[in-house]
Design a binder for this molecule. Structure first.
Ligand SMILES: C[S@@+](CC[C@H](N)C(=O)[O-])C[C@H]1O[C@@H](n2cnc3c(N)ncnc32)[C@H](O)[C@@H]1O
Length: 452
C-alpha cells in the first residue's frame, strides 16, 4: 500500500528513521508491564499523503488534515462508493490520455485540466458536486498538476498549473482497492477526521503514538521566518507544542519531524519541568518538493521525540559527576571505555549513566547519545553547580527536596513513591521503588552539596 497522492513534504526518505522511533515508543509503553506494545492508536494530525501511515498500516489509527478535499478523498476511499471513484478516475484517465495523444488538438489536455481545476471557482462549490466527484477531481489534479504540488490561493482555490507528464497514471485501481480493504476491514479501526491538528491530538490516550509532521518552519539567514505559504506560523508551533505537552502528560508518546531551525529546536528544548521530555536528532535529507515547488533542495531535518519524563536509575552521584567531567563525544562512542572509566560491570549500567547525563542535559540525542550539549569544564564545582541547578528546576526533584528540608533533611521514600504514582507512568510497583531510591540518593546529594 502506498499514498494515493503525491504530497509536498512527503516522508519517504526519513521513513526508516521514523519507524525506528515508533518501535522505540512501543517499547517505552511496554516498560515493565504486560504487552501493551501493540495495543495503541496511531495518530497522525498532519496527514498529507500519509507516507508513514500507509507504510505502518496500524490496526487502530486517527488520521487528520486541514485540507478538506484531501480528507474527503480518504473518506470516499473508505466508503462503499470507492468503486464509483475508481470508475470515474478510469474515465478521467481515458479522456485525458486521449487528449494528450491527439496531435490534432494541441491544447486539448490543457483545456481539459483547467476545466476540472475551475470547479472550485464555480458557484455552489463544493456542494454542487458529490463527494465522489470531488475526490476524483482532487486525485486527477494531483496526478496531472505541476510537481504534484497541492497549492491553493488565499480564497482556497486550487492554483497549481498543469504538469508536463506524458503518461500520468490517474486511476491506480489496485492501490485504491488495497487501501479500501485496509480501511474497511472489520479488524481495523481507522478514524478519518478533517480539521485543525488539536482535535486529533486531544484524542490521544495513554500508550498512543502521535506522529506530527507539521508544515515546515522556514528561516532566513538572519533568523526571521519567511512568509509562510502554508499559513502555519510560529504561534501555531507554540500552540502545537502545548497541545502535544498535554497529550504526553496523558501518557502518549510523540514524534515530530520538521526542518531543523533554531526556533523550533529552542521551542521544544525548553527545560523539562516535570513530566514532559523532548529529545532531538538532526538528519540530513533531500526534500522531495520544496516550498517554492522549484525542484529539490537538501536540508537539515530534525526528529523530536517527546515522552513522559524518564525517571533516572543511576544511583551514584559521584560516578555521575565523574562521567560529566570526562564525557566528550569520543567517549560517548565507546561503551567499553565508559565501563572502564566508571568502573561499571554491565552494558545496562552504562545505559543508566548515559540516561542520567541526558536527564541532566549534559548530552543529547537518541538513540545513540552521540553529542555533548554543554561545554566540558575541568572545574568539578562547576559541574556540581550545573547538576544542582538542573535538578532544582525539575518539579519532581524540587518538591522532594523541599519536603525533605521541611522534615529535617529526611528524604522520605514514601513521599517519592507517591509523587511517581501521581505521574501515572506505566511502571510496575517494584520499578517505582527502584526509581524512587535513585531520586532519594540524588536529593540526599543535593542536600549535602548545599551543606544545609
Ligand atoms: C508537511 S505536510 C505533511 C506531509 C505528510 N507527512 C506526507 O507524508 O505527505 C503538512 C500537512 O499539514 C496540513 N496542515 C496545515 N495546517 C494544518 C492545521 N492547522 N491542522 C491540521 N493540518 C494542517 C497541510 O494540509 C499538509 O497536508
Amino acid at each position: 500500500m502506498k499514498p494515493f497522492v503525491k504530497w509536498a513534504g512527503g516522508k519517504r526518505q526519513i521513513l526508516a528513521k521514523i519507524k525506528e522511533y515508533i518501535e522505540a515508543s512501543k517499547s517505552f509503553n511496554n516498560d515493565d508491564e504486560g504487552d501493551k506494545a501493540n495495543d495503541f492508536t496511531y495518530i497522525e494530525p498532519f496527514l498529507g499523503g500519509g507516507a508513514v501511515f500507509f507504510d505502518l498500516h496500524p490496526q487502530k489509527a486517527i488520521i487528520n488534515d486541514l485540507n478538506s478535499e484531501l480528507m474527503n478523498a480518504y473518506s470516499v476511499i473508505k466508503s462503499d462508493s470507492y468503486k464509483d471513484l475508481i470508475n470515474l478516475l478510469a474515465k478521467y484517465q481515458q479522456e485525458y490520455h486521449s487528449k494528450l495523444n491527439n496531435p490534432e488538438d494541441e491544447d486539448g489536455a490543457e483545456n481539459y485540466y483547467y476545466k476540472v481545476r475551475q470547479y472550485d471557482r464555480d458557484d455552489g462549490w463544493p456542494s454542487n458536486k458529490t463527494d465522489v466527484e470531488r475526490a476524483a477531481r482532487m486525485i486527477f489534479l494531483n496526478r496531472t498538476c505541476y510537481n504534484g504540488l497541492y497549492r491553493v490561493n488565499s480564497k482556497g482555490q486550487f492554483n497549481t498549473p498543469i504538469g508536463r507528464y506524458k503518461n500520468p497514471l490517474i486511476c491506480d485501481k489496485d492501490n485504491l482497492t488495497e487501501i479500501h480493504n485496509y480501511f474497511s476491514d472489520k479488524q481495523n479501526n481507522i478514524c478519518i477526521m478533517c480539521g485543525t491538528y488539536d482535535k486529533a491530538i486531544d484524542k490521544a490516550e495513554r500508550g498512543d503514538i502521535i506522529y506530527a509532521d507539521p508544515p515546515y518552519d522556514y528561516e532566513d539567514d538572519d533568523g526571521f521566518t519567511k512568509y509562510q505559504m502554508s499559513g502555519f506560523t510560529f504561534e501555531d508551533f507554540e500552540k502545537l507544542k502545548k497541545s502535544l505537552d498535554k497529550a504526553i502528560n496523558r501518557g502518549a508518546t510523540v514524534i515530530i519531524s520538521n526542518n531543523a531551525t533554531e526556533k523550533v529546536i529552542n521551542l521544544f528544548n525548553q527545560d523539562p519541568k516535570y513530566k514532559v521530555f523532548y529529545l532531538f536528532e538532526k538528519l540530513s535529507t533531500l526534500r522531495s518538493i520544496n516550498s517554492n515547488g522549484d525542484g529539490r533542495q537538501s536540508g537539515r531535518e530534525v526528529i523530536i521525540l517527546g515522552m513522559q519524563n524518564i525517571l533516572p536509575q543511576a544511583n551514584s552521584m559521584e560516578r555521575i559527576i565523574k562521567f560529566a567531567m570526562l564525557c566528550d563525544n569520543e567517549l560517548l562512542k565507546d561503551k567499553k571505555q565508559i565501563m572502564e572509566k566508571l568502573n561499571l560491570t554491565t552494558e545496562r549500567q552504562v545505559l543508566y549513566y548515559l540516561q542520567a547525563l541526558q536527564y541532566l542535559r549534559f548530552i543529547n540525542q537518541l538513540p545513540e547519545y552521540t553529542e555533548r550539549i554543554t561545554a566540558i569544564y575541568d572545574d568539578e564545582n562547576k559541574i556540581k553547580e550545573d547538576i544542582y541547578n538542573q535538578l532544582i528546576e525539575n518539579k519532581l526533584f524540587s518538591d522532594v527536596y523541599n519536603d525533605a528540608i521541611s522534615k529535617n533533611k529526611n528524604v522520605n521514600i514514601e513521599y517519592i513513591v507517591n509523587e511517581i504514582e501521581h505521574m501515572k507512568i506505566n511502571l510496575a510497583p517494584a520499578t517505582i521503588r527502584r526509581r524512587a531510591s535513585t531520586i532519594k540518593a540524588w536529593v540526599e546529594w543535593m542536600i549535602s552539596y548545599k551543606g544545609l
